[in-house]
Write a protein of this length. Structure first.
Length: 159
């Protein structure tokens, strides 16, 4: 008869970190920081040659781009993808109201012909999304390129 393989039970043996692991060793930067803390407490400092100066950086303004580019302003024209329409239907959110709440200004949703073609290809399961895009409040953008891949179309429009 053969010898049966003994398997260790799950979590029966605790795993330990090797004492020579690099994560446990103290590197030069942490020594310099420790020395600078010791000097603040009144202890002797071995050397002040490699001290690390810790400075705080001031935060950048969030709306800096809009301060210099005055061409961007309400009403915003927002390009909408098929996924955006599908998620708004799944979460039962009104597209127009949600865009106004998000941007805090009037927003005009724009849909390209490629997005509508993509919704038509998806079949009868997405007929509600297709019906939503026929709303006259959506701005229709004509596409003159070859193919109906909506993602490439939207990227080209943004560029």
């Amino acid at each position: 008869m053969g010898k049966a393989n003994k398997t260790r039970k799950f979590a029966a043996v605790k795993r330990m970190i090797n004492p020579k692991d690099a994560r446990l060793s103290v590197n030069a930067k942490s020594k310099d920081i420790k020395r600078s803390k010791d000097s603040a407490e009144g202890k002797k400092v071995v050397s002040k040659v490699n001290q690390v100066n810790i400075r705080e950086m001031e935060k950048q303004k969030v709306g800096l781009f809009f301060e210099h580019n005055t061409q961007l302003g309400p009403p915003y024209h927002v390009l909408i993808d098929t996924n955006f329409i599908n998620f708004s239907i799944q979460h039962k959110m009104d597209v127009f109201k949600s865009l106004m709440e998000c941007l805090l200004a009037k927003a005009i949703p724009c849909i390209t012909d490629c997005v509508i073609a993509e919704l038509e290809k998806m079949g009868h399961r997405y007929r509600l999304a297709l019906k939503l895009t026929k709303d006259p409040r959506f701005k229709r953008l004509a596409c003159a390129h070859k193919g109906t891949y909506a993602d490439d179309c939207l990227v080209d429009r943004v560029k």
